[in-house]
Ligand binder design. Sequence first.
Ligand code: SAH
Length: 218
Amino acid sequence: MHSHDVTLAERKMQFLFALRSAGVTDTRVLEAMEKVDRGAFIKGLFSERAYEDTPLPIACGQTISQPSIVGLMTQALEVQPRDKVLEIGTGSGYQAAVLSHLARRVYTMDRHRELVREAKVVLDAEGLSNVTTFAADGSFGLPEQAPFDRILVTAAAEDPPGPLLAQLKTGGIMVLPVGQSDTVQHLIRVRKTETGLDYDELCPVRFVPLLEGMGRDS
Ligand code: SAH
């Protein structure tokens, strides 16, 4: 075996260990994350750090989330193999790639056209054909594909956006960070039941804000 291969294998082991230490214990989620090459979603020099448990910069002043947070959010979403999932905040496309291994279909939206364009190239190259990308303001969801079994928001809103709650199926789950961007945010899970919405607070997090309208590309 080449020394390079050993290094990559070791990095992957450490990566999975970091996920488990952070509380990502769901076997299906760990398997999905083992399948996705995070380095493919990061451009330039930072790609060398793809297997560190750290957020990294991507285009348009945005960030690819920390892997352990991706794992915890994905685990909290309890994705089932037949599910139709909506993700708000495509960013690099990494989270969408993880979801694509767990769900039947994934729709992902970002307000930056440039990010959506680049994410689509990588998702296609990775052969993840059950993901569809959209350049649009995700606060309004995707009415033409609604309702969704699961909705994941990867940018922080002050409150769960009404249109997204409306586009969630009864029995569905939405996971999102809530709180102002300059203060502490919390990861929230919302379950839609026959009688209403059940909320639970999962952990403190730090995300870029969910902004209105389309973004100006970098
Ligand atoms: N899930 C991404 C990381 C997301 S970073 C990944 O795996 O790489 C948050 C993203 O949310 C940014 O790309 C930002 O442009 C996007 N965003 C912020 N507000 C938005 C909105 N209203 N609609 C769609 N995307 C939004």
